[in-house]
Design a protein around this ligand. Structure first.
Ligand code: A2P
Length: 333
């Protein structure tokens, strides 16, 4: 990998996260000399314009990652399972935004501010995983509290925006806004999302949690490398962008709301908003995660409650991947 002549591929470049990655590249002056943009065969040849350039969309094919230094995948778990190992074989370091490899033992699951040191070594499979968007946002608030008092249990409810379901999710809410009050025909979501909330994200599992809820539990344990239980309820809300999470955290050692706020203030990438509290409308398009409403929980010892909001297209996906790529370039370029 030569940092002065980097070739970077974005798989899923036409999607909600892919487009955000391209805008992060120009915002952060990402040092890619060549960009290869991939999407489905439907988009082949389409031109994507981004600040600082334009490129034609390519289709995935054998050999398409030859000469690619870093490949960022954001085209769903199916595509990642099929093509990420190929990209790695053809020599790229893969940063995968999907759930395909996150829980694999030999695939590091990384939030640079929390466990970025894992990027110092390229694993044998050459694949790094980017966490689930809700997990990334709550983990940014949990880590400083964990360092202070060792988090044991978390009860969390997420309020997840429609862009978490990709470009199609945003299009569905926009269509329902235009059509209102005509009846809606939901396709992306299991029910009408306009003027509604839906307590289901992804499919139900045998334990009556959804796949999304179990991702938060499993991935938080892996990222924080701790014996933490997270009982989550993931809810889709008619918000365009940025996820919010209400959480109650039980720690091994007492952590007062003031101690938690100080620890969060001192942690990179996360801020306290107490005038009056963070809301998705204010956090959209922002890099940091924002914590507010920190208070002592009334139901037991060593428990505090907080509210955290983050733009899931940024810290939950594109920003985190680009930060990972920047770290890899710094260490290995
Ligand atoms: P396309 O726009 O051609 O369908 P989102 O999460 O916003 O729905 O975006 C999904 C991304 O994954 C899009 O860029 C989409 O491209 C891409 N994608 C979907 N199917 C494939 C495929 N078979 N090969 C490559 N990219 C795909």
């Amino acid at each position: 990998m030569n940092k002065d002549n980097l070739t970077v591929a974005v798989v899923g470049a036409t999607g909600a996260v892919g487009r955000e990655i391209l805008s992060m590249f120009s915002e952060r002056r990402f040092p890619a000399a060549n960009l290869k943009l991939f999407a489905s065969p439907r988009s082949e040849g389409a031109e994507i314009k981004f600040e600082g350039g334009r490129a034609s969309v390519l289709s995935l094919a054998p050999g398409c990652f030859e000469g690619v230094d870093i490949a960022i995948f954001s085209a769903g778990a199916g595509r990642s399972r099929e093509y990420a190992p190929q990209a790695a074989r053809e020599g790229a370091v893969v940063i995968d935004n999907s759930s395909a490899f996150r829980m694999d033992g030999d695939v590091p699951l990384v939030i640079p501010e929390i466990n970025g040191g894992l990027l110092d070594e390229i694993p044998p499979g050459r694949i790094f995983a980017n966490p689930n968007c809700t997990t990334a946002i709550i983990a940014m608030a949990l880590k400083p509290i964990h360092d202070e008092g060792v988090v044991k249990n978390v009860v969390a409810t997420s309020f997840q925006s429609v862009s978490g379901a990709g470009a199609g999710g945003m299009a569905e809410l926009e269509q329902q806004l235009r059509d209102w009050p005509s009846p809606a025909r939901p396709e992306v979501f299991p029910a009408r999302i306009l003027l509604n909330v839906i307590p289901q994200i992804d499919v139900f599992l045998d334990n009556n949690y959804t796949k999304e809820e179990m991702k938060i539990h499993n991935e938080a344990r892996k990222i924080l490398a701790a014996d933490i239980n997270v009982s989550a309820t993931a809810v889709r809300v008619p918000v365009m962008r940025a996820h919010s999470i209400s959480a109650t955290v039980e720690t091994e050692k007492p952590v007062s709301p003031e101690m938690a706020a100080d620890a969060i203030r001192a942690f990179p990438g996360v801020q306290i908003v107490d005038d009056p509290y963070p809301m998705p409308i204010d956090c959209s398009g922002r890099d940091d995660c924002f914590v507010g409403r920190i208070r002592r929980d009334l139901t037991g010892e060593n428990r505090i409650c907080f509210w955290v909001v983050g733009d899931q297209l940024r810290k939950g996906a594109a920003l985190n991947s680009v930060q990972m790529a920047e770290w890899i370039i710094r260490r290995h370029g």
